[in-house]
Ligand binder design. Structure first.
Ligand SMILES: [Zn+2]
Length: 369
């Protein structure tokens, strides 16, 4: 039986694997322009964290919304706290700004459409876009209007850029669980109409997932997929609750899973995918530095890992950058990147037949690299 210490020891051995691995001496050189061209899938991307900076400014002007600073540089620093950020709670402050301009249907449609345009530029074939409709009700939009507006932006994006997508509705840990229930009901109403899963986001510490389990039970009883942000700002107990109290099919982050060898084996044995977001994890201090991240350990142990941006604006990243970080800090070769890409497609909340077809096409495209 493994224990946490064994894995922690293992993690130390894997730290800072910046040199090319010995057996990959002849591997193809990995460059940013090559990685940008690889077909990709993104499973963990927040709409309200992934707007364009210029769009936030334009929307604020159009809607006469007062932003916290008139100085563009200061505002950018507030929206992109970077690696000076102190914690998840600190990181989440940027969302007060983006949410202030996302209170109208046309703003939500535009944000969704632009996100699809952006991801198309790095050859993303399919993206699951998540957000919490409850946070867009400052001007009394109802939940259906809020969801329809985003679905319309995604539909127009697919029409113009060919990227398929699905919505993940987020309950929020630090908001009364009765609202999670309303969002779960909304997910049921929109099953097969654009919503592919239900999630729990927000402040993890002090707000356990089990308090929202009624919402997850409703979702599960209706055969809807679920994922939970867990093991990001709290330990493996949080991941345990996500899986065993909420029935989560994937784990958002799972950064601290390595602290429990037993749970890690369970996650591995059940092929529960981890939605890993490297830049975000350093910024929120889920781990102190890139060198401390367990992604290499997870991959080598055979865990099903996926790489994601979390928030393209707030983390100042894209999927190409995240894959390049995996290469530069953890020695992921091109073949390993391709493997992670296929693992990510396998982890998508898509109907099996559709997913199988998509994977066939992606494998053919990956053969060109
Ligand atoms: Zn997230």
């Amino acid at each position: 039986m493994s224990n946490a210490n064994e894995y922690q020891t293992g993690l130390k051995e894997y730290k800072c694997d910046t040199e090319p691995r010995k057996d990959d001496a002849d591997a193809v050189e990995v460059t940013e322009s090559l990685v940008r061209k690889l077909p990709k899938v993104e499973l963990h991307c927040h709409l309200d964290g992934s707007m364009r900076f210029e769009t936030v400014l334009q929307m604020a002007e159009e809607q006469k919304v007062k932003l916290p600073s008139d100085d563009t540089d200061k505002l950018k620093k507030l929206l992109q706290p970077g690696f000076d950020c102190k914690s998840l709670v600190d990181y989440l402050k940027a969302f007060d700004i983006t949410l202030s301009v996302l209170q109208k249907p046309e703003a939500l449609t535009r944000a969704a459409y632009e996100l699809i345009e952006d991801v198309a530029k790095e050859n993303v074939k399919y993206i699951e876009v998540r957000y919490s409709p409850i946070l867009h009700q400052l001007q009394d939009m109802n939940l259906a209007v809020i969801l329809d507006a985003v679905l319309e932006g995604l539909r127009l994006g697919e029409r113009d850029f060919g990227v398929k997508s699905g919505v993940i509705v987020c309950g929020i840990r630090n908001i009364d669980p009765k609202f999670s229930m309303r969002l779960a009901e909304l997910s049921v109403a929109y099953k097969n109409k654009g919503v592919v899963a239900f999630d729990l986001a927000g402040a993890e510490e002090d707000y356990p997932a089990r308090e929202h389990q009624e919402a997850f039970h409703l979702v599960l009883k209706n055969n809807i997929n679920s994922t939970v942000h867990a093991g990001e700002a709290y330990g493996p107990e949080s991941i345990h609750q996500a899986i065993h109290y909420c029935g989560s099919h994937r784990i958002g982050h799972g950064t601290r899973l390595f602290e429990s060898g037993d749970l890690l084996n369970y996650v591995n044995d059940h092929r529960i995918p981890l939605e890993i977001c490297l830049s975000s994890n350093i910024q929120t201090k889920a781990v102190p530095t890139f060198e401390d991240h367990p992604v290499r350990l997870y991959y080598d142990l055979g865990l099903r890992i996926t790489l994601n941006t979390d928030n393209r604006l707030v983390s100042d990243t894209n999927l190409t950058k995240e894959l390049m970080i995996a290469h530069q800090y953890y020695g992921f070769t091109l073949d390993e990147m391709k493997d992670v890409i296929i693992q990510s497609f396998k982890s998508a909340f898509l109907p099996y037949r559709e997913k199988r077809q998509m994977i066939r096409e992606v494998l053919l495209e990956l053969d060109n690299f």
